[in-house]
Write a protein that binds this ligand. Sequence first.
Ligand code: FE
Length: 354
Amino acid sequence: MLTPRVFISLIKVMKLMNKRFQSVAKLLSMVVIGVASSVHAAEVVNVYSARHYDTDLEVYKNFETSTGIKINLIEAASDTLIERIVNEGKYSPADLLITVDAGRLYRAEDRDIFAPAGSELLDQRVPAHLRHPDGLWYGLSKRARVIIYRKEDGEPEALNTYLDLAKPEFEGQICVRSSSNIYNISLLASLVSHLGEEAAEDWTKSVVANFFRKPQGNDTANIRAVASGECRVSIVNSYYIARLIDNDDADGSAVGIIFPNQDSTGTHVNISGGGLLKHAPNRDNAIKLLEYLTEADAQSLYVKGNHEYPIVGDAEVVGVLQNLGSFKEDTINASALGENQATAVQIFDRAGWY
Ligand code: FE
């Protein structure tokens, strides 16, 4: 029976429950707001990168510290990442693709995964020939593809250009890596641009005729082959030599460098670079990161840590890289390297440079 006493107690209990309910509700709303604001505060940028260098990790850490934006990094081979982005389609979490060689940036562009970054800052900082005309990708660092020789045997006479490698006096003296490698494809693509397809093919055939052995190994293996006297000359990327020298590896100092084409088109340079992705969920942060990578601090880390040349003028070339010497670079548009990629591959096949 509901006596007045019991009724009053019931009311008290209900009031208490109501109070508890209110505090629980208050607590819940605080949690919800907290979660919501932490989602908002947790600024991120998701980077798919085909560069596997410790230097990059240092640059990313600096970016996180200075902006509070967290970088989620996935590293894999360039073609794997491009394929993954294509397959993920509009649900891709990736904001930025970073890779090496204009030829690979072209492959990504060809799969229609980039979007224009529309950054005036990037357009100002990155020279026109080292970025996509519509801002689909930007060069972030440079590397030169140079000719090397064994210092002990002296600098070969009359070897000043890529074309000189086709001279009969170098018969049986050239070691170089396979033509499936993008660095060689881009070099030949530049020659196709400058000389035309026919002359580029003649050159390729003559160089093949001068091979000491079938193309093999990576650039470092070919530096070692020249250093040991197995082959007289090779074509390699500049940073591999600088890296060996920096590691006090005698093979690095055993080779001399020729920056080809100084009296004509300039030495072939390639870029590592990045582009904003079409379905980027964190577009603004991706652009911020691209811009950061062209700032002097990041640029000098590329130089010091990875022996790459800076893409912007105000970053200093120091250390081993400075000792390699300065040179005139080929200012052909990096896009042309991609456009002539298919032609270059066909020439390599016809010429027997496998
Ligand atoms: Fe490399």
